[in-house]
Design a binder for this molecule. Structure first.
Ligand code: AMP
Length: 286
């Protein structure tokens, strides 16, 4: 069932709530791949009804980014979701999300200390667009739980913060990163890569794996980060950042030690016109 405006959406949600059913939301921008579908499966395990939203959100793209070219494959997405028995797909027009238009809509800023770093450094305003659209989806749908992928780790932390800060009674469920056979994190943007770039793209995950295996106590974080950036350059990628951070709040770390809280290593790199991101948990060894 495809719902495209607010009244249709509310009618369906009302029917489910009357039956006391637990509702899960899986927000996406469409062009669904196995990564998205893994989130749907997690949602199905934890709720009675699953609604997947498909909306390429204009407010999270800067003017120089790929909003116009972002792959839109609604028919194929609907088939995939139907084969998984998803209960409803919310595929709104922009007017259902931003009824006053983009220039006159109320926006929410993401908390600066989480959003001006890492991806936010090169994509100013991106996470403001994310919290704006996610809060709108949460307000419209009021799900019991929502599933987000660890692939977009910084986004996930910002959404968790949004929920906590605004008091949404919505459980945020984390889905692990789903990868291609060579380790490349699945992404709708991978299809921008030509065959030769696609081969080289695996270097991003490999450099993160390299950091994980060299994360020994006492090492200077900047040494590891710089060595990983160098590896990326040698493989023809343009590193934007490779960064070891405290996993729960993305604070930087200077030197590795086993007494630090859990860590995460995150990276972004350009390959031709395509921007790739990835991250892994990191355990410091002796
Ligand atoms: P997107 O359509 O790219 O906005 O992604 C929608 C949701 O799917 C987000 O929560 C992403 O983190 C998640 N996602 C995208 N790619 C993957 C992946 N390879 N593995 C797990 N989750 C993913």
């Amino acid at each position: 069932m495809v719902l495209s405006d607010r009244p249709e959406l509310w009618q369906q949600l009302h029917a489910w709530r009357e039956l006391n059913q637990r509702i899960a939301l899986v927000p996406t921008m469409g062009n669904l791949h196995a990564g998205h579908l893994s989130l749907v499966r997690l949602a199905q395990e934890q709720a009675d009804r699953v609604i997947v939203s498909i909306f390429v959100n204009p407010t999270q793209f800067a003017p120089n980014e790929d909003f116009d070219n972002y792959p839109r494959t609604l028919e194929q997405d609907l088939q995939r979701l139907a084969s998984m028995d998803v209960d409803a797909v919310f595929a709104p027009l922009a007017a259902s999300i931003y009824p006053f238009g983009l220039d006159h809509s109320l926006r929410l800023p993401a908390p600066a200390q989480l959003s001006n770093i890492l991806c936010g450094d090169s994509r100013p305003g991106h996470f403001d667009g994310v919290v704006t659209v996610v809060s709108r989806l949460f307000n419209l749908i009021q799900p019991n739980l929502a599933v987000f992928g660890e692939k977009d780790y910084q986004q996930l932390l910002i959404v968790e913060r949004l929920c906590h800060d605004m008091g949404y009674p919505i459980a945020i469920i984390r889905g692990p990163v789903i990868r291609e056979n060579d380790g490349l994190a699945m992404s709708s943007r991978n299809q921008y890569l030509d065959a030769e770039q696609r081969q080289r793209a695996a270097a991003l995950n490999q450099c993160l794996q390299w950091i994980v295996t060299h994360a020994t106590s006492g090492r200077l974080v900047s040494d590891l980060e710089q060595a990983a950036c160098q590896q990326l350059r040698e493989r023809g990628l343009t590193p934007e950042y490779v960064s070891i951070r405290i996993a729960k709040d993305l604070r930087p770390v200077e030197r590795l030690s086993q007494t630090l809280p859990p860590l995460r290593v995150l990276a972004a790199a350009g390959l031709g016109q395509t921007r790739l991101i990835d991250n892994l948990p990191l355990v410091v060894t002796d």
